[in-house]
Design a protein around this ligand. Structure first.
Ligand code: UGA
Length: 425
């Protein structure tokens, strides 16, 4: 089938490449000409494992095509996937300018019947506005949320756990059913509002599990229990499930914080209180403070103390700094007057553009040098394989605050570190 993807971020590119891998003809459009120029050369403008290789392979074999002109891109297209960003404003409302503009342009240039599938995360208000813009029998609207994670975007798109198609339009249903035929995942056909809420409910539930385990971890810390054992002992109950029970300094990224906040805001606007999800956010917003408290417990004043932060991106395997908890810690430490040394394997370049007055490197040993404490702020798996004996010798102090509970605490203690995890005995 002939498909057009509008918006070339994580969701757009991973969706399009996955569909191309399943044999569909895929075009990509982005209003950003620079991005399209790079993509035409087979280059990604962000880091995402496997996507770069797949992109190179497909552009070389001329199976995917890139456009910076929407009118040309739309010629002979049967389905357009809308994958443009839907950021939120400071007060939690959606900034729907970009998506509405994209929809208006699609309307302007479409010449024949078109299935419009919305992959961007939208709330009911934005959906209603899109529906009003596309109020013509030519457009067959559907909501088809995406559940991929950064860091495993292509794999998640190729092997989705479920495909949710929300539409009131029989033609859209038939076409999308055919499009997804090569995928093995269960398909859920529903109405648009239910599809929208399925996406929000999924992210809210994941966020809730994280805030839940973080709350238990804080209690565990106080009574000297071990959160790793608690998470295992709880998560092995199949009704609970062991994923997303990793305690730490909280959830970041461009999705969980944004969607949970937007959900609470939107519900409030229509007179519904989402107390549970609101608490999930509140717990998350203060969770990172445990790092500051633990540093103060050992170092007392943080003024002029040299502190190394390992990890800047919101999670490992990405260079994405959006809503990174690490940046919140950095901000607080700056306020306390600490001297900062920062490490990240990928995000160090982006960090250099936004953080002044700190030594920033992609080599952990350089960053550890002379520091009195190290804070692990991102779950880069490489950190557990570092030469910690060497790091101990390079440091001025011996304190480790493992904000992601990824290091071998017994080994570190043996080497001579004072180790503190989050809720780890
Ligand atoms: C999230 C969802 O997991 C995807 O299913 C969804 O499609 C996506 O948002 C989206 O809406 O687009 P992502 O933002 O890539 O994906 O990040 P996650 O892997 O879910 O991690 C989010 C944050 O939670 C990270 O900061 C991570 O370190 C933290 N986390 C995750 C924990 O603190 N503990 C855990 O057990 C799991």
């Amino acid at each position: 089938m002939n498909i057009l993807i509008v918006g070339t971020g994580y969701v757009g590119l991973a969706t399009g490449i996955a569909l191309a891998k399943k044999g569909h003809k895929v075009r990509f459009y982005d209003k950003d000409k620079e991005k399209i120029k790079l993509l035409k050369k087979g280059k990604l403008f962000f880091f995402e494992p496997l996507l770069q290789e797949a992109l190179k392979e497909f552009t070389k074999n001329q199976n995917v095509f890139f456009f910076d002109n929407l009118k040309e891109a739309l010629e002979n297209i049967e389905i357009v996937f809308v994958c443009v960003g839907t950021p939120i404003l400071k007060d939690g409302r959606t900034n729907s300018k970009d998506i509405e503009k994209a929809i208006k342009e699609i309307k302007k240039y479409a010449t024949k019947d078109l299935v419009v599938a919305i992959k961007s995360t939208i709330n009911p208000k934005v959906y209603t506005s899109i529906k009003n813009i596309l109020a013509s029998s030519k457009f067959h609207l559907s909501v088809n949320p995406e559940f991929l994670r950064e860091g495993s975007a292509l794999n998640d798109s190729l092997n989705p756990s479920r495909i949710v198609i929300g539409t009131e339009n029989e033609y859209a249903k038939k076409i999308l059913d055919k499009l997804y035929a090569p995928f093995e995942a269960p398909k859920i056909f529903t109405d648009p509002m239910s599809a929208i809420l399925t996406k929000y409910a999924s992210n809210a539930f994941l966020a809730m599990k994280i805030s839940f385990i973080n709350e238990i971890a804080n209690l565990s810390d106080r009574i000297g229990a071990n959160i790793d054992d608690i998470a295992l002992g709880t998560g092995l109950d199949p009704r609970i499930g062991k994923d997303y029970l990793k305690a730490g300094i909280g959830f970041g990224g461009s999705c969980l914080p944004k969607d949970t906040k937007n959900m609470v805001k939107y519900a409030k606007e229509i007179g519904i209180r989402l107390d549970l999800i609101n608490s999930v956010n509140k717990i998350n917003e203060r969770q990172y403070k445990v790092v500051i408290e633990k540093l103060q417990k050992h170092l007392v004043s943080l003024k002029s103390r040299t502190i190394a932060i390992f990890g800047l991106s919101f999670k490992g395997d990405t260079d994405d700094l959006r809503n990174s908890i690490s940046l919140k810690i950095i901000k607080d430490l700056e306020k306390e007057g600490a001297i900062l040394r920062l490490h990240d394997y990928l995000a160090f370049k982006k960090a250099k553009k936004i953080i002044n007055n700190a030594f920033i490197s992609d080599i952990p040993y350089f960053v550890a040098e002379g520091s009195e404490a190290i804070v692990i702020a991102t779950d880069w798996k490489e950190y557990s394989h570092l030469d910690w004996e060497k790091i101990r010798k390079l440091m001025k102090g011996n304190l480790i605050i493992d904000g992601r509970n990824i290091l071998d605490k017994d080994l570190l203690k043996k080497i001579g570190f004072v180790y503190e995890g989050i809720g780890r005995k």
